[in-house]
Ligand binder design. Structure first.
Ligand code: PEP
Ligand code: MG
Length: 873
């Protein structure tokens, strides 16, 4: 069996389809070489050889030794050098590389082949004595650590000792003589640690290095990594052996990095930097300032032209903008690496539309591979300007709760935020957590920062709905409301000081960062039409106001999947009415209070229906526990009692009685509608009354009335009866009628388990994956941030399940609920309206499991459209 695959000199024995056998790195090197790119010659030892080695107690397959020799001869011939030669030595790098990129395996060994003779040749060729000996001592260190497992500290000690005797502080101050001395000391370290002399035979060096790569496959770290990430079915790692090339052998040498198009603007122009007579690390380390790639044209016109041509070829081959690393050794160009280039959202859109226009790629390819959902997020929100990142201190890191950048002065209360806006001052509202009472201030603020709460906490959900930047659950900071300060233990920020937040990354900065405004240009709109041509699943929005609905429509929403009616109760008059309802002592009192709310609700629905122009609108009946509408601070309780005109003590007692130990599992959802059917009646009247209004305006709406939080078919049936009876009464009273649907949320695990029974009565399902995740894991959605960070760090969870759908567990309930529901009712419409409806991998899961639509906050609608289109490709 063939165990070694060569590449270089314009050909290769492998290609990019051979990842299983050659590993990802090996397959890509072969691919580049086979399309004629000048990659330094080399070979890959197959993963099968690694498998043989580990399953035969550390023995090489019979033909490996000779194949490696032949491989080396192949490189020698291509490069015009010889392994171990003292005139023109071949020096090589050795790297591991499995089919899946995998930290924990052996790193890189550079400059293998160096010994006391070849180092002299390297010195002559680079004309740089210091460089040659520095490379040599680094090689002994690297070989000793990586291949032989000697602790790096031992080499560090030797280095420190020498610096001390020489009286210098930095490595760079050591002269060549000292470096030569260091080489000897390193060899002594090696000998002492291993009991052997440092091998000066290059073939021995190579054999040891290959064995080390093989063995790293079974290292504890690598095994653990594969177990945690469920990586199975791989044979082993490949070993890549490749000729070293040098950009520092004189003024006909250079090294650099380039992009085939501008990665920040997307402009179709070669872009990049290089350094003359330098090695790759110099570019990265920032020791010297690189020159613009255009200057290369003057110094080395031929290699430059070749490089530009290669860029074009690679773009066409990979169908994507490329990020290329190159080295020019004595006038000869080598490509060391190419990969799809990272880019800004703006550039991604431009590159996609340009590449389609240039005929380089098809629209489908552009949608699938050239724009990531995260790129759209960048386009829709202001961003921290990374170009002028003035070095403001990072104060803390929290959850990326709602993307976008915001800059403002710190305030700690909603009242101050609202006042500041009147004064024209931008502010960031900083709260331990937010509650519905804070919405005024949240809306006024530029951004929101909380120290507690997760991805589905009040602050996160509301901010995302408005497209307002929010960092939630930033446990790094302690907020002191009394002193009007917060601190991370080192920096203390007072009220009125400037901070900046980056809601896409969860970062909080001291001071004012520069921000760039979002813009949606022609390219964006064109791209999104391609997205919609390909997409099959519908995308709706979660919206509770006409403004949000309008914005969502502009972002391409095709209906409302969740209108949370409780959000409509927070105006001054309304909250009073609902509080009156809550504290009522009799049915009559309650009905009277509800009577006051009815016109508000009806008006809201009428406007939303009007904006949504006949698109489907799902309205959910009241869901949260009632105490959320009541104040909890003693001062506030007193004030509100006065406003409601009831005795303070009586009101305080009501508030106390309504408090629950586990409000999320308490008196909420359909349980409220069952206890107080008059609430359901009022909401039904408002919804259907609004639809009747619109019928008069010749706008047809089919409202979808949604019952929250059911766990049994009986709960649903009881609410459906109330709705139907109310509808019948209303139609009789008005002499008008409209079509409507009654469905339910599936957000309690039990509902998913008995979905076949529920579907007998329900006309649609919508998975509320926020509650479903909460109840499936048993993690409180408002408290989980306390430990989820640790869980993720420890590898107990891979992701925050409130952010990214847990397809393995919660996903089973979605799959089962959908399947059982449709067994009863094949035409059952099924969607999702939890926060996962706007998260790309979750959207993809929903498509694969046959959901009809996803619903998400307005600003995530474009992201969901793209994710839904990509899921089909
Ligand atoms: C849900 O639980 O997923 C849902 C959409 O409802 P809410 O977030 O309002 O509880
Ligand atoms: Mg819910």
């Amino acid at each position: 069996e063939k165990v070694v695959f060569t590449f270089g000199g314009g050909g290769a024995e492998g290609d990019r389809s051979m990842k299983q056998l050659l590993g990802g790195k090996g397959a890509n090197l072969a691919e580049m070489s086979s399309i004629g790119l000048p990659v330094p010659a080399g070979f890959t030892i197959s993963t099968e050889a690694c498998h043989y080695y580990s399953s035969h107690g550390g023995i090489w397959p019979r033909n490996l030794k000779q194949s490696v020799k032949d491989g080396i001869h192949f490189i020698e011939e291509k490069m015009g050098t010889r392994f171990g030669d003292s005139e023109h030595p071949l020096l090589i790098s050795v790297r591991s590389g499995a089919a899946v990129s995998m930290p924990g395996m052996m790193d890189t060994v550079l400059n293998l082949g160096l010994n006391d003779y070849t180092v002299e040749a390297l010195m002559r060729h680079t004309n740089n004595e210091r460089f040659a000996y520095d490379s040599y001592r680094r090689f002994i260190d690297m070989f000793g650590c990586v291949v032989m497992g000697i602790s790096h500290e031992k080499f560090e000690h030797a280095l420190e000792d020498l610096k001390e005797t020489q009286g210098v502080e930095h490595d760079t101050e050591l002269d060549t003589e000292s470096l030569k001395e260091l080489v000897d000391r390193y060899k002594a370290v090696y000998r002492k640690a291993t009991g052997y002399m440092f091998p000066d035979d290059p073939y021995e060096q190579l054999e040891k290095a290959v064995n080390a790569v093989f063995e790293s496959w079974d290292s504890d770290r690598a095994v653990k990594y594969r177990r945690i990430n469920h990586i199975t079915g791989l044979l082993g790692t490949g070993v890549n052996v490749q000729a070293m090339v040098y950009g520092n052998m004189g003024d006909d040498c250079a090294t650099g990095v380039c992009f085939t198009r501008n990665p920040s603007t997307g402009e179709n122009r070669f872009y990049g930097e290089f350094l003359l007579n330098a090695q790759g690390e110099d570019v990265v380390a920032g020791i010297r300032t690189p020159q613009d790639i255009k200057a290369l044209q003057n110094v080395m016109p031929d290699p430059y032209r070749e490089l530009v041509g290669i860029g074009k070829k690679l773009e066409k081959h990979y169908g994507n903008m490329q990020d290329i690393e190159f080295t020019i050794q004595k006038g000869t160009l080598y490509i060391l690496q190419t990969r799809n280039g990272k880019r800004t959202g703006h550039a991604a859109i431009r590159i996609a539309s340009d590449m389609v226009a240039e005929g380089l790629v098809e629209k489908r390819h552009a949608v699938k591979s050239l724009v990531e959902p995260g790129h759209l997020d960048q386009l829709l929100h202001p961003q921290i300007d990374q170009k002028n990142s003035n070095g403001n201190a990072v104060i803390g890191q929290g959850l990326p709760a709602s993307p976008g950048a915001a800059v403002g002065k710190v305030v700690f209360t909603s009242e101050e935020a609202e006042q500041a806006v009147i004064d024209g001052t931008p502010v960031i509202l900083v709260r331990i957590e937010t509650s519905p009472e804070d919405v005024g201030g949240m809306s006024a603020a530029e951004g929101i920062l909380t120290s507690r709460g997760g991805m589905t906490s009040h602050a996160a959900v509301v901010a995302r709905g408005w497209g307002k930047p929010c960092v939630a659950g930033c446990g790094d900071i302690i907020i002191n409301y009394e002193n009007n300060t917060f601190t991370n233990g080192e920096i203390t920020i007072h009220e009125g000081e400037w901070i900046s937040i980056d809601g896409a990354r969860g970062t909080v900065y001291q001071g004012k960062k520069d921000v760039v405004k979002p813009e949606l240009d022609e390219d964006y709109h064109t791209f999104m039409t391609w997205v919609d041509e390909i997409r099959k699943m519908r995308v709706r929005t979660n919206a509770d106001t006409p403004e949000d609905s309008k914005r969502a429509l502009e972002f391409g929403a095709e209906g409302i999947g969740l209108c949370r009616t409780e959000h409509m109760f927070f105006g001054e008059e309304r909250i009073k009415a609902i509080r009156k309802m809550i504290v009522s002592n009799s049915l009559e009192e309650r009905k009277e209070a509800l009577e006051k709310l009815l016109p508000y609700q009806k008006k809201d629905f009428t406007e939303i229906f009007r904006v949504m122009k006949g698109f489907p609108v799902t309205i959910r009946l009241l869901d949260p526990p009632l105490h959320e509408f009541l104040p909890d601070e003693p001062e506030e309780i007193k004030k509100v009692a006065g406003e409601l005109g009831i005795r303070h003590s009586e009101f305080a007692e009501k508030v106390r009685l309504l408090r629950e130990f586990n409000p999320m599992l308490g008196h909420r959802g359909c349980r409220l509608g069952i206890s107080y059917p008059e609430i359901t009646e009022m909401q039904t009247r408002a919804i259907l009354g609004a639809a009747i209004e619109l019928k008069k305006e010749k706008i047809k709406v089919i409202p979808e009335i949604m019952v929250p939080l059911i766990g049994t078919p009986q709960e649903f049936r009881s609410q459906k009866l109330v709705i139907n009876n109310t509808a019948a009464d209303l139609f009789e009273e008005t002499g008008e009628s409209v079509e409507y649907k009654v469905g339910t949320m599936i957000e309690i695990p039990r509902a998913a388990l008995v979905a076949d029974q529920i579907a007998r009565d329900a006309e649609f399902f919508s998975f509320g994956t926020n509650d479903l995740t909460q109840m499936t894991f048993g993690y409180s959605r408002d408290d989980a941030a306390k430990f989820l960070g640790e869980y993720i760090k420890e590898g107990i969870l891979q992701q925050d399940p409130f952010q990214v759908l847990d397809t393995e567990g919660v996903g089973q309930l979605i799959e089962m609920g959908t399947r059982l529901g449709r067994e009863t009712k094949p035409e059952l419409k099924v969607g999702i309206c939890g926060e996962h409806g706007g998260e790309p991998s979750s959207v993809s899961f929903c498509y694969e499991h046959g959901l009809d639509y996803v619903s998400c906050s307005p600003f995530r609608v474009p992201v969901a459209r793209l994710a839904a289109a990509q899921a089909t490709l």
